[in-house]
Ligand binder design. Structure first.
Ligand code: AMP
Ligand code: MG
Length: 292
């Protein structure tokens, strides 16, 4: 099994040194085994693996849910934070990877521009409200990181407002982790060329027109500024308890495969099992048998 966490974890000498995103090839496939394992078609192999690992994820998620149902005080949660440039594949990753799990135990939340009411409580207010309850797997499609990304790049707030947010985010995430939630943060890393291709598909395919937003082209024009903002956020807000991963995402099949592994490894840390019944199993079985 490849150690995807080691391979994809961001590496920075210090929080003050931004992550060099240019050094990570969005078309690369770290950890993918060679042809001896995958056969001729790595894409086909990876898709089958995603199915297989998806089964494991579903079992783990059920254990998480069951433990919390039996003993909420000891229950845990998982939170996957997904960030990406437009067309980075967040929706696809949710569909393919989270989609393997039971919808009953998922807590999926997408974040758009905050309403004036949401703004009033501070940028973390709506995020706190959206955290997965105990026993649930939460997925954030965009997140509090937008408050140091789009807000910074588009000048929606002055630097005196967004700069202190890195530390606030770190404090907040520390609190979430201490509360029993395993946090995994993933930036789906696509190339400028791939984004262009995907945006064009949205303009060509009538079934995708709804996904296009003319603002996306303005964001695209600020690609370098966004990357600079990502580079700093990744470096400042990476920690062992709430790590950041950069996942090469030009190839969708690799994206799904790598993300499945990251989640599998996160679950493995929780050492989950089905809870022991708190009733006398044999006695209950006898009771039911007698009720012929
Ligand atoms: P999408 O994910 O394509 O549905 O787009 C959601 C939009 O909401 C993106 O353009 C984000 O930049 C924007 N957005 C999300 N969070 C914030 C935020 N905190 N402040 C401003 N814009 C945001
Ligand atoms: Mg969009």
């Amino acid at each position: 099994m490849p150690d995807m966490r080691r391979l994809l974890r961001v590496r920075s000498e210090s929080p003050d040194v931004p992550i060099d995103l240019d050094a990570i090839d969005p078309r690369s496939t770290p950890g993918l085994p060679g042809h001896k394992v995958t056969g001729k078609d790595p894409k086909l192999w990876a898709r089958a693996e995603v199915e297989r690992i998806g089964g494991e994820l579903a079992t783990q998620q059920e254990m998480l849910f069951a433990q919390a149902a039996v003993d909420p005080g000891q229950g845990r949660s998982v939170l996957l934070v997904l960030q990406a440039m437009d067309c980075g594949g967040k929706d696809g990753a949710v569909k393919r990877v989270a989609g393997a799990m039971n919808p009953l135990g998922l807590h999926i939340k997408a974040f758009g521009p905050p309403t004036s009411q949401e703004r009033r409580g501070g940028f973390l207010w709506r995020i706190r409200k959206a955290l997965p309850p105990v026993g649930y797997v939460g997925v954030f499609n965009r997140s509090h990181y937008e408050d140091v990304l789009v807000v910074r790049v588009n000048g929606l707030a002055p630097e005196s407002v967004w700069r202190p947010r890195y530390e606030k985010i770190n404090e907040f995430e520390r609190e979430v982790v201490e509360g029993g939630t395993a946090v995994v943060k993933v930036m789906l890393h696509i190339s400028r060329d791939e984004q262009r291709k995907r945006l064009m598909q949205r303009l060509v395919d009538p079934a995708k027109h709804w996904k296009f937003n003319p603002d996306d082209l303005d964001s695209r024009a600020r690609w370098d500024d966004y990357h600079a903002a990502y580079a700093e956020a990744l470096a400042r807000c990476d920690s062992d308890s709430a790590p950041w991963y950069v996942l090469p995402a030009d190839r969708k099949w690799y994206r799904d495969w790598a993300l499945s592994h990251l989640l599998r490894q996160t679950f493995a840390d929780l050492k989950l099992s089905y809870p022991q019944p708190d009733y006398d199993l044999a006695a209950q079985r006898r009771r039911l048998e007698a009720d012929g």
